[in-house]
Design a protein. Structure first.
Length: 138
């Protein structure tokens, strides 16, 4: 690995979680842990609907694991609202082997990605950069 591949930024992420019979959350976290050059931490709230503005202030991206949507719709809705309210980009991760994702989620996502660890990291960084560039254009 070349030194220029490393980024000293620590990305602050919210990763959708909840009822997860397919263990997508664990698999997702393992994927991004497999890339030591990507530094990140996860911010968790008991309820995203009632979390303070300060909680969302430093969030870089919201990761929605689309396979968890049907069992955790309320949490997803809270995260979608927070994304809009606090201008946080959404990275939508498709379930293993599926191309289709809920339309409601697809419409809100900055980017949609599968389960390749390199693509996940690139998508997170890209979504954040796209969001920052849009703010500059205003």
């Amino acid at each position: 690995m070349f030194e220029e591949d490393y980024d000293d930024k620590i990305y602050n992420l919210i990763i959708s979680n909840g009822f997860d019979k397919e263990h997508e959350y664990r698999q997702f976290v393992e994927k991004i842990y497999s890339k030591p050059e990507f530094l990140w931490k996860e911010s968790i709230s008991g309820s995203y609907a009632s979390a303070s503005p300060e909680f969302f202030e430093n969030i870089d991206a919201i990761i929605l694991l689309a396979g968890l949507y049907n069992y955790n719709e309320d949490t997803f809705n809270d995260l979608l609202e927070a994304s809009e309210k606090y201008d946080i980009p959404i990275v939508l991760v498709r379930p293993y082997g599926l191309e289709e994702v809920p339309e409601k989620l697809e419409e809100k996502a900055k980017t949609i990605v599968g389960w390749n660890a390199n693509c996940i990291i690139d998508s997170i960084k890209s979504a954040i950069n796209l969001n920052e560039n849009e703010e500059c254009e205003l």
